[in-house]
Design a protein around this ligand. Sequence first.
Ligand SMILES: Nc1ncnc2c1ncn2[C@@H]1O[C@H](COP(=O)(O)OP(=O)(O)OP(=O)(O)O)[C@@H](O)[C@H]1O
Length: 629
Amino acid sequence: MDDDHTYVKCRWAENNNEDVRLQSFPKKPKVHLSFESLTYTVNTYRKLKKVKKEILHGIGGSFRSGQLTAIMGPSGCGKSTLLNVLAGYWISGSSGQVYLNDSLRDEKQMANISCYIQQDDYVRNLLTVRESMTVAAHLKLPTTVSALSKANQVDHVLDALGLSVHGDTVTKHLSGGQKKRLSIALELITNPSILFLDEPTSGLDSQSCSQFVSLMADLAHHQNRTMVCTLHQPSALLFEKFDQVYALSSGRCIYQGPPNFVIPYFAERLVVCPPYHNPADFLIEVSIGEYGTDVLVELFDSTKITNTIGRNKCHTISDEDHGEIEFELGTCQEDNNINDERLSYKLELSNKPRFYVQIYHLYMRNITMYKRNKTNLLLRIAIHLALAFIISYMYRGVGNDAALVLTNMKFVYASNLLLVYTGLMSVIVSFHLEYIVVKREHFNSWYTLFPYIVSILLVEIPLQILCCIVYIVPAYAITGQPFELMRFGYFAVFLIATSMTSQSTGFLCGATMSLKISVFVGPVFVVLLSVFGFAIRFPDVPSMYSWLHHFSFIRASFQSIMYSLYGLDRGILPCSDEMYCHYKNPVKFLNEMDFARVNIYPEFVYICSFFLCTYVLTSIVIWYRLNKR
Ligand SMILES: Nc1ncnc2c1ncn2[C@@H]1O[C@H](COP(=O)(O)OP(=O)(O)OP(=O)(O)O)[C@@H](O)[C@H]1O
């Protein structure tokens, strides 16, 4: 992170004009987050037997509005697990109560008032900072907010996070710290009451960490946000910047309170911090058991007492008695009045943009990203053109020669398979690359699934059609196929439909399987389907495979193309062989290959149905994966 955001110091408070600007944006309530008896259990396997493993052991605590809280503890103690459970990112496997102010957490309202920023910088690499923010504003802010106000809000948030000067920088060129600030800025657009951040300082140098934590503290203090983040081992200086620390040891809480009371709190329990020792290091050392496990048991017990006494209370430390340190249970902070607890955190769910507005903004975002990555686009088109010339030169003139009917059949098979492959492979990995960022955006309520899928298809389908046409036109001409609009139309439509269907299969494989498996299974699946109908007649197919013959959309397309080229009253073919041409009459070829009975319209309907069903299935799979908690 660079120096440029040292001026951040909460302009909200300093500049009246900015305050006015904020009025037009959704005002979010103060929300205190507390939890009781929180348990998280996963399934593990011991000798092939399913065994339950408890990661969080009935913990409780309270994170206050207007405070920056760090969840700390050694690696593997359950920090990320706690954050995931509190944010509602993981639900299955968890038990216990999570309260927002005085009410039990409501999932929909939680999504409305909170956001979760995960460890890695999941931002769209090909957009500029301002473009990313503008799309977020259009998707996340209510429809009642005008475009001008949205632009003001974008400027305001960028300014507050010190990103204004980088507004026109493509995000892939941002530094690690700037990316992290951008990922926060994207969520701050809606002014959320609670922000969860998983390891926001990982990968930053000490100066950047310090600036970043100061920024988070400002965001918490000046807008009464509840900010909770997980943290590894901070420096003493960084540690002091937090308002509260929640320390975990093996899934149990050992301390919750201000950082400067860690040492006296432990000293009271006869765990003394060595002089000149970083209190954060000391806390970690205690939590990994370096001061004895009996100490840990006592610490677990004392925090348990605290938590059972009341979720609105947390142990704080009073030093009113002139230096005589005393631990007491009390309300957490004077500015977080207990009355706030009774305030409803519930807001009227804002008017989210309608699905067609979401489609529009997502589509425009995709177009911008494609425009910025022209190489990918041009390469796809160039490859189809190059293959058209390479393949059709090999089969030049075979389309109108009775002596070369079988060779023409091979050309059709090759073309069909080629476009099936390019359709499949163009998207098979795309969902894997997208998934993490889509999951984040979807979880933080940017959009619903339907607009997202439609916006992808609105880009991918025309592009694949364009690629198919780039292949089909020269290939049809060079291979000397009949110069008839109807036959060309069938040839083009079936090849495009197959390529589209194969593309939908690629999406399905990508959405259902891991990357390694999908890049193997997808191509194998289409090769398997492609052999049906090619050089084997239906009566020769073993009866156990007959369903596969009918199932194969590649077979349906291949046979329909052959029928449209040689059926439909093609007439007698010219013959280059002076001696004998077996297929001078193409009907003979159609009969021998069992293509004569092909009914191209039902086959076309079948291919289209396959295409639609695959997309429905893909949407269901993606919906399940995005909503699995
Ligand atoms: N699905 C799971 N199956 C089995 N064990 C799991 C699962 N999820 C988490 N764990 C275990 O739970 C413990 C806590 O994991 P978690 O990621 O919350 O730790 P952490 O404190 O965030 O660690 P780090 O600081 O290294 O990121 C770890 O021991 C981890 O191996």
